[in-house]
Design a protein. Structure first.
Length: 293
């Protein structure tokens, strides 16, 4: 059996004393991969990304898996995956793509390549005055503030024009500020999953009543859908705009804006890929991996 590593973190690994509330997604993804890997002659090995080098002996390729704390230890994480690549282990997705994707400013590159993206202000540690100005800049009554380096809606905040932050408020991180789009609660967010550049499946994610964040941690729900061809083409165009070689996997998150889909995120590092909603999930991933080892 050829060994493939699945990088994780203490918050997602089974048996951890401080597992995250959404760690069941790790279990579902690993189980689906193992089901498809075994017939392809692949063995999946769960590894903490902080593990010593010896833990990777005999591993031919690593998936970045559920490294859901990497954003707070970015340079150490980069050193780890670059070290693995230097040993001749295929890293998916590769370190150079991770460096590009970790900063949400990659959205500017996608926009320059022709992809429609959500209007965004890029600010260094915004304060109350910056938020007040952003309402006028976008001509909106509600804003969302997100970390430029972050994941899973961590640190995300929403402000209403009638209840802005105090003048002495500071966000504390480099931020991206966007108008709140009603479609997130009226229609939901769409996740298009691709393996080796080919469309696999699509999920519609909706928020719990009274909430706008669609992650499962906040009560969000997801359902498999068959999107129209024009929506798949919109997501496919985003994948084609990603620099470098075609990524092994990609999740393109989009939302309807003025009747057309726009990019929320191009998730290329450690996205959950919704294996429950995809027939043959593990087998398709195995097929793509075998082309790389």
């Amino acid at each position: 059996m050829r060994r493939v590593g699945f990088l994780a973190c203490p918050g997602t690994l089974p048996g951890s004393s401080d597992r995250r509330a959404d760690a069941h997604e790790h279990d579902l993804q690993v189980a689906a991969l193992r089901e498809g890997f075994a017939p392809a002659g692949l063995e999946l090995v769960e590894i903490d990304w902080r593990a010593p080098e010896s833990a990777f002996d005999g591993i031919e390729l690593v998936l970045l898996g559920t490294v859901w704390d990497y954003q707070d230890h970015a340079e150490r994480f980069f050193a780890t995956i670059e070290g693995l690549a230097a040993r001749g282990i295929a890293v998916c997705n590769p370190p150079e793509l991770v460096r590009w994707n970790i900063e949400k400013t990659y959205l500017r590159d996608l926009e320059q390549a022709g992809a429609p993206v959500i209007p965004t202000l890029w600010l260094d540690d915004p304060n109350g005055a910056d938020i007040a100005a952003a309402f006028d800049y976008f001509g909106c009554d509600r804003l969302v503030v997100k970390r430029q380096v972050g994941a899973g809606a961590e640190g995300q905040m929403s402000f209403d024009r009638t209840a802005p932050p105090s003048p002495d408020w500071r966000y504390g991180h480099r931020a991206m500020v966007q108008p709140f789009l009603p479609a997130i609660v009226e229609e939901g967010e769409y996740s298009f999953v691709f393996f080796d550049g080919e469309f696999s499946h699509c999920i519609r994610k909706t928020a719990a009543p009274g909430e706008y964040r669609i992650q499962s941690l906040y009560g969000g729900k997801e359902e498999a859908i068959d999107p129209p061809a024009e929506d798949i083409a919109s997501a496919q165009a985003v994948v084609r705009a990603i620099p470098g070689d075609t990524p092994l996997y990609a999740r393109i998150d989009m939302i309807r804006q003025d009747g057309a889909l726009a990019v929320m995120e191009a998730e290329l590092i450690e996205p959950y890929l919704y294996p429950e909603q995809a027939t043959g999930f593990g087998a398709r991933m195995a097929e793509a991996i075998l082309k790389r080892i």
